[in-house]
Design a protein around this ligand. Structure first.
Ligand code: AMP
Length: 420
């Protein structure tokens, strides 16, 4: 089967890991709904130009990471490498902006980047992206950071800290670029080959270079802030402190893409790569749709999140809370099938997860069934039950057996679960 294996940098996700993906999605979706965010779905591929225009022509994504292909008419298309540009296109193309009202959108989507595969870095990966569009000011910044914090808390992650920086508008950005270039020149810093190019085209990206970062400490971005920038940062600090959101400033954090202005943030856990990144991009909509729309957002890498949940031991709780079969009907005689089908229907009305063996099996397989399905209640339906009309129910959690009248069975189960 060698030549039929999955392509490099892609993954097969199956139980129990796929259940973790599903449960993470359930928990986060509930929170997004509570915060009045709504889902959007956009194409897996777009015109290549959408990304080349918006992400910055000198970013790695554009340079070497996009999967680009011509369609049959020779138009250049690209598999989406990220979601923000697509959402901006979706908003502009469908004219969704309404004066004075923010759009609060989110997406679960797979993305494609031709990167060198390694742990936590794939060529196809999943992100939850959240976009707060047509939203300005301190409370928009706060709302987004608070949402991120609530997502982490709801997943059981408590030891996270935001890394923040404030890039300011294009004027502040240009100021800093000037400072940075001056510093590099004055100290005669020996930049790597790539960064020598970046020095000319996009000096901010030098701060992202793992090689050059080690050689020196670059000037703090704080130096470039003007009075307005400082006021914004002070106000945000106050809110974050008041509501106990954990954060540190990293005055060299700029993030990979060109479109950021204002607040930028990341969360890393342990020594691993960033799990989440986001920020404000007030000029992106101008670039894509020729409209002035301030916006901000973040994206969480789901593989990295799930991996963290697994290594930190949080995944077992998430799996246990969701993925137990509540009631399993074990049939060793076929006469019970019609009743089991009716019972299942009834129990589903109580949001219970139920299952049964599709073909009759001998009673000696019981322990294998328990191991495989780990049911809370196991309902045994065999010869004996057929004769006596009394059903053996095994409470597998408390390890207790009960004999229940067949006609009382569903009532009994419902009473039992009301005490769980
Ligand atoms: P970005 O879109 O580059 O800001 O990335 C946002 C998040 O997506 C990162 O913090 C990662 O968690 C995740 N991510 C980005 N690139 C990859 C990749 N190649 N493989 C897996 N996760 C990724």
């Amino acid at each position: 089967m060698n030549n039929l294996n999955k392509p490099r940098g892609t993954q097969d996700i199956y139980p129990p890991c796929s259940l973790l993906y599903q449960n993470v999605q359930k928990i986060i979706s509930k929170l997004l709904q509570l915060n009045n965010f709504q889902p959007v779905i956009f194409p897996t591929f777009e015109s290549t130009e959408l990304f080349t225009n918006s992400l910055g022509s000198t970013t790695d994504i554009i340079h070497k990471e996009m999967f680009v292909f011509p369609d049959r008419k020779g138009r250049s298309l690209a598999l989406r490498p990220e979601g923000t540009a697509s959402v901006a296109r979706l908003v502009c193309e469908n004219k969704l902006i309404q004066e004075g009202y923010p759009l609060k959108f989110y997406y679960w989507a797979n993305f494609f980047r031709y990167e060198r595969p390694q742990k936590g870095r794939y060529r196809e990966f999943w992100q939850l992206g959240v976009e707060l569009i047509n939203a300005q000011g301190i409370f928009a910044d706060y709302q987004l950071l608070k949402l991120v914090a609530d997502i982490f808390y709801d997943l059981g992650i408590k030891n996270f800290i935001f890394s923040l920086n404030y890039l300011g508008n294009s004027e502040t950005k240009e100021n800093y670029k000037g400072e940075l270039k001056k510093f590099i020149k004055a100290k005669d810093i020996d930049l790597c080959e790539k960064c020598q190019e970046r020095y000319q085209n996009n000096p901010l990206r030098i701060l992202d270079c793992s090689v050059c970062k080690k050689k020196t400490s670059f000037p703090s971005y704080k130096k470039a802030w003007n009075k307005k920038d400082r006021e914004h940062v002070n106000k945000l600090d106050k809110l974050l402190k008041k509501f106990n959101l954990p954060y540190n400033y990293d005055y060299n954090l700029v993030r990979g893409l060109d479109y950021y202005t204002g607040l930028v943030f990341e969360i890393s856990l342990g020594k691993d790569k960033a799990l989440l990144g986001g920020g404000r991009y007030d000029k992106l909509y101008q670039e894509i749709g020729n409209i002035d729309v301030p916006a901000l957002g973040f994206a969480i890498g789901i593989e990295r999140l799930v991996n963290y949940l697994e290594i930190s031991g949080l995944s077992s709780k998430l799996l246990a809370d969701f993925n137990r079969v509540d009631v399993f009907f074990f049939l060793s005689v076929s006469e019970f099938y019609p009743e089991v089908l009716e019972w299942e229907e009834k129990l589903k009305n109580y949001s219970l997860t139920t299952d049964y063996n599709l073909e009759t099996r001998k009673l000696k397989n019981l322990s294998k069934i328990i191991n495989n399905y780990q049911p809370r209640l196991l309902i045994i339906l065999g010869e004996k039950e057929l004769k006596t009309k009394k059903i053996l129910v095994k409470d597998c959690l408390k390890k207790k057996d009960f004999f229940v009248e067949k006609k009382e069975l569903i009532k009994w189960i419902i009473k039992k679960i009301s005490k769980w």
